[in-house]
Design a binder for this molecule. Sequence first.
Ligand SMILES: CC(=O)[C@@H](O)[C@H](O)COP(=O)(O)O
Ligand SMILES: NCC(=O)COP(=O)(O)O
Length: 252
Amino acid sequence: MSTALSVNLNKIALLRNSREGDFPSVLAHGKICLDAGADGLTVHPRPDQRHIRPSDVYQLAELVAGQEGVEFNIEGNPFAPAKGSYPGLLKLVEDTRPHQCTLVPDSNDQLTSDHGFDLTNSTEQLQPIIRQLHKLGVRISLFMDPDPEQIRLASALGVERIELYTGPYAERFLQGSQQTQDDLERYRLATEVANQCGLEVNAGHDLNLQNLPAFLAIPNIAEVSIGHALTVDALHMGLVNAVAAYRRICQS
Ligand SMILES: CC(=O)[C@@H](O)[C@H](O)COP(=O)(O)O
Ligand SMILES: NCC(=O)COP(=O)(O)O
């Protein structure tokens, strides 16, 4: 089974925001990624608009809607309030109807996403969000740590997918830790439990050309969303070559 590659455009937007104007264009680079064979695009609009802006979301939604067989995934914290021109995650999803919405429990002051949901204390708050997203016809993925008990709670919420947070695996892989095999076993078990509960499994955060092959040896990973490392790779190999390199791993 091949794994879908969804390219996260956050870091293209971060570079664009460092000057006035639209250079690099997030939309143009999203199109380059799709033309290079990406199966989808991911964005993570945050209330402080450090990178992805609402206008990017609307433009990319139109781009993807015009192409067969590719998906749009919007990530974010559904509880983060509207701020300035950021209208809130649910408004963006309602307006653009992406294929998938990945709910992430980030607070606004986080440097980046660094943990999954703790569903032992957020199930009640999530239920109306999930109902609303399902009414919009959007597939829901919950950003989760590889914890079988938490994944069973996710299944009980009636979502379609989880996204396994792969930051700790990537960190220990980089350190050459002896724990990497244990990490992979933990993710394999989490994937197995998720599938047994009827959930499909996505994965993401700090995946790269070095750590992705071992991770995708885990069966039934439906999609990986990759942005930071892919953008860094594009600096020296070009974006088209970078997308192709990740896609080859996803399809091998
Ligand atoms: C949820 C996750 O792990 C990433 O998709 C997230 O988008 C990273 O956010 P930054 O690009 O803002 O670090
Ligand atoms: N959900 C993970 C994602 O979209 C990209 O994460 P990263 O590759 O930028 O760490």
